[in-house]
Design a protein around this ligand. Structure first.
Ligand SMILES: *[C@@H]1O[C@H](CO)[C@@H](O)[C@H](O)[C@H]1NC(C)=O
Ligand SMILES: *[C@@H]1O[C@H](CO)[C@@H](O)[C@H](O)[C@H]1NC(C)=O
Ligand SMILES: *[C@@H]1O[C@H](CO)[C@@H](O)[C@H](O)[C@H]1NC(C)=O
Length: 814
């Protein structure tokens, strides 16, 4: 009779997959409850390589068995005789075989014993205890006692009324869910900031919330998958994130290794991918450079004192021991004439010794800071809408990092003598407009004069062949960018006739032109609908004109007249690489040595953009049609700079557009709008694979599988059959080891995780060296998500953004 009861009960649990237990029921080891939509399951489990039993919650339908919550993480059961039950008082308890309570939930509010209580597993993954009739409120919830996983709907932070604090702590090891070394914590000592602690030490600071993101997570962008935010009021301080598209499955985990990862479930691949890790480089190590110094991973050494500061201990500093940091070159005297200097593009310093006020504006903030001698810096607390609120720092400024994209301004207190040396904030306001107008006038006259002089010279001098074989950049410092008269361009292009049209890009049509001296040029006519302002345009032109490298298409001049703005480039007789690579006949011209020459050329051009030019340029839209070939088959990257200007400002300022081309975009860029030099490396990897195979990544078709080219290359590589990837037309000219090396390097460049990908510099090195290469990890985006519209046009275009369909623009929802 007794046995029968158990069987009946067990049957009921299994068959109906209940999501609720009431106060008289128990869940024994082996039994589970399942949330209504079958999303999560709760019961007893053992981590792999362990026989200990724990009560936990795991994913049920997707990623079966991935544990997101553990109840008794520090008090495991040693056998399968444990049971979980809900007491009449609404407390969850786990008992072992002898009936001892080894874990219990803490009840936060009083309950009336007259009410019937139930415990229910929700589809959010939240396990709640509530009154049977009250579906709105819970008296206890597992979301308040997180383990190592943050899922949408949770709050991360502190309840100031109850004192409840929600930390995330890593497992000890992969097999042991007990409290590990790493804790994600919201520190509320000053202005709240999220930190990852390693025991008692700070490992990483995500930085304070600035209204848009955490100051130290520049890659966190408004996106179409989830929204995130920060709530700060009298009662609560917490971060939250919520799904926009609820069919997406995502979680954030602090791993036992200390790695803090945002993960996304990819159904078609049946795996979790990491789409964002807030700690991106060494500069994210807390306090690496000490106080009053900024860490810039692109510099060598990475640490540098802020302007107006010098190393505290120059000897140690020179030996890369930066922990002592920097001190003022001229001490403060707290005089009435001290002011502030603006430092831009930074991750805000540690806010533990800070103060904030959400109602002040920046001017009031400056006044408050100025009045108090121990106030060292201030900035806007919220950067949206031009900035609002006030955030002040007292004492040393710690853990500053240089962030070129999405960095912030910080105003640091300076003695008068320092301010005299350059721009103080007050002075900037008055002087800048005057100076810039003057500068512009002088520059215009100068440029005009230079251009006149140039025109008088012989044909051919306009294009200087400054390249020697190793592709070094010219070191000319002065910018000579001729302003070309509209009438000259009209004449050169036959009044912009359709016959002269080379292509149509996202920014407008491109025409071929022949100048009076016989020089052939390409004229890019920017469409009038472009929202870019004149100043931005000029700025862009000057930026671009400073970039000179033999593997970049050269900008020869520009024209600004009324509503017209045009850019004049050198003409590339052989047009785009795509016109060769994907054409059955013309591809024969590209024998293996030529392809190697092209790959090297692209790599050198990219290296220059990333590393050697004075401005760091991320191309963002590297693809075959943006690689142009001159008459000697030298590869030249085009469309650099424009993408940065148009895309860059817009991403920042208004629409959050992700601009790029599907098939070349790195997963973290396509998915989350993060771009870095590593997303260019991804596109470079795609290019290499395309050049070796003669096939397009996007629109690749194979009868046996639906992978794209990357996936195909990966599959062949794993099976040791990489040679099958090589274009048949290469048969004769092929150099076996070079080809295999190229494919291997290509695969290293398209790895899923940006941090796994090499830089362009090391990719070149790998390609040229003989040494052994690291095995590649699985690539990103190797399956084809959308199989219908490939959006590819076969026409080759000239240095334009290629066809409009090809370049996708993702509008990220807020
Ligand atoms: C959260 O972490 C902080 C820092 O380690 C610690 O002081 C605090 O006690 C923790 N709170 C909880 C509830 O674990
Ligand atoms: C949500 O995501 C799914 C799968 O990724 C997709 O099929 C669906 O169209 C998306 N829905 C919305 C409203 O974006
Ligand atoms: C300056 O600010 C510090 C820190 O908030 C405070 O302790 C001190 O009293 C202030 N001094 C003055 C003169 O207001």
């Amino acid at each position: 009779m007794f046995q029968l009861c158990i069987i009946v009960l067990f049957y009921a649990v299994c068959a109906k997959a209940l999501d609720t237990i009431n106060a008289s029921q128990t869940i024994k080891d082996g039994q589970t409850i399942v949330s209504a939509q079958q999303t999560f399951e709760l019961g007893f489990f053992s981590p792999k390589n362990s026989t200990n039993r724990y009560v936990g919650i795991w994913y049920k339908t997707i990623s079966y068995g991935t544990v997101m919550w553990v109840a008794n993480r520090n008090t495991p059961l040693t056998n399968t005789l444990g049971e979980l039950s809900l007491t009449l008082q609404g407390i969850l308890v786990i008992r072992n075989a002898s009936g001892d309570v080894i874990w219990s939930s803490i009840r936060s509010s009083l309950v009336s014993l007259k009410k019937k209580l139930v415990a229910q597993l929700l589809d959010t993954g939240n396990f709640i205890v509530r009154e049977e009739t009250d579906h709105g409120n819970s008296i206890w919830q597992s979301f308040d006692y997180p383990t190592d996983t943050f899922v949408p709907g949770m709050k991360f932070g502190k309840d100031l009324v109850t004192g409840l604090e929600r930390n995330f702590t890593s497992w000890k090891t992969e097999d042991d869910p007990s409290l590990g070394k790493y804790t994600v914590w919201l520190d509320i000592q000053g202005y709240p900031q999220m930190m990852v602690l390693d025991g008692p030490n700070i490992r990483f600071r995500a930085g304070p919330w600035n209204g848009v993101r955490y100051s130290g997570e520049p890659n966190l962008r408004p996106n179409s998958i989830y929204k995130y935010g920060f709530v700060l009021d009298q009662r609560e301080m917490y971060y939250h994130f919520d799904l926009i598209n609820t069919s997406v499955v995502t979680r954030v985990v602090i791993k036992h290794t200390g790695s803090f990862e945002r993960l996304l479930w990819i159904e078609s691949r049946q795996e979790w991918i990491v789409y964002l890790t807030p700690q991106t480089d060494n500069c994210d190590r807390y306090g690496l450079c000490g106080s009053f110094a900024s860490c810039n991973i692109n510099n060598s050494p990475a640490c540098g004192c802020l302007k107006g500061f010098e190393p505290k201990s120059p000897d140690q500093w020179s030996m890369a021991d930066w922990f002592q940091g920097c001190r003022r070159s001229t001490p403060l005297d707290c005089g009435p004439r001290e002011g502030f200097r603006k430092y831009s593009n930074i991750k805000l310093p540690d806010t533990r010794w800070s103060w904030f006020d959400q109602s002040m504006n920046l001017n009031e903030c400056e006044r408050v800071c100025k009045r108090n001698c121990s106030c060292t810096a201030y900035t806007s607390q919220n950067i949206t809408g031009g900035g609002s609120g006030c955030l002040l720092w007292f004492g040393d400024l710690m853990d500053i990092k240089t962030i070129l994209e999405n960095g912030q301004d910080l105003f640091i207190r300076m003695p008068l003598s320092e301010l005299g040396k350059s721009s103080g904030v007050k002075q900037v306001k008055i002087i800048v407009p005057v100076v810039s107008v003057l500068l512009f006038l002088i520059l215009s006259v100068y440029i005009f004069y230079r251009f006149k002089r140039k025109k008088l010279r012989q044909r051919g001098t306009l294009i200087e062949d400054h390249g020697n074989d190793d592709g070094n950049a010219t070191s000319k410092d002065d910018v000579e960018l001729p302003l070309i008269d509209l009438s000259i361009l009209r004449k050169a292009t036959n009044n912009f006739s359709d016959d002269n049209k080379l292509g149509e890009g996202g920014f407008g049509p491109v025409y071929k032109g022949v100048m009076e001296n016989g020089q052939e040029v390409a004229v890019k006519r920017l469409s009038r609908t472009s929202t870019q302002g004149l100043d931005e345009f000029k700025n862009e032109v000057i930026t671009t004109s400073k970039l000179q490298h033999r593997n970049l298409v050269r900008l020869l001049g520009c024209c600004i007249k009324g509503a017209e703005s045009m850019l004049v480039y050198e003409y590339m007789s052989n047009k785009g690489l795509d016109s060769f690579l994907f054409d059955d006949d013309r591809s024969k011209v590209l024998d293996w040595p030529t392809r190697v020459h092209i790959i090297k050329g692209i790599a050198r051009g990219l290296l220059y953009l990333h590393q050697d030019s004075r401005l760091r340029i991320i191309h963002r839209d590297l693809k075959v049609s943006n690689i142009l070939l001159d008459h000697d088959m030298n590869a030249k990257i085009s469309d650099f700079g424009m993408a940065r200007s148009f895309g860059g400002n817009q991403i920042e300022a208004n629409t959050n557009r992700v601009v790029g081309t599907y098939g070349y975009m790195a997963p973290e860029y396509a998915g989350d709008g993060i771009f870095s030099i590593k997303s260019d490396v991804f596109s470079f990897g795609v290019l290499v694979l395309e050049i070796v195979s003669g096939k397009r990544n996007r629109g690749f078709f194979h009868k046996d599988h639906s992978n794209n080219l990357i996936g195909h290359a990966w599959g062949l590589h794993k099976e040791g059959k990489s040679l099958e990837l090589v274009a048949p037309s290469l048969n004769e000219s092929i150099n076996l080891s070079e080809v295999l090396r190229a494919i291997h390097v290509g695969l290293l460049c398209v790895q899923q995780r940006p941090e796994d990908r090499p830089t362009v510099a090391s990719a070149i090195q790998m390609f040229l060296s003989e040494g052994e290469l690291p095995p590649p990890n699985p690539p990103g985006f190797f399956y084809e998500k959308v199989t219908t519209d490939t959006g590819y046009s076969n026409s080759s275009t000239y240095g334009t953004n290629s066809t409009n369909e090809l370049t996708i623009t993702m509008l990220a929802a807020r």
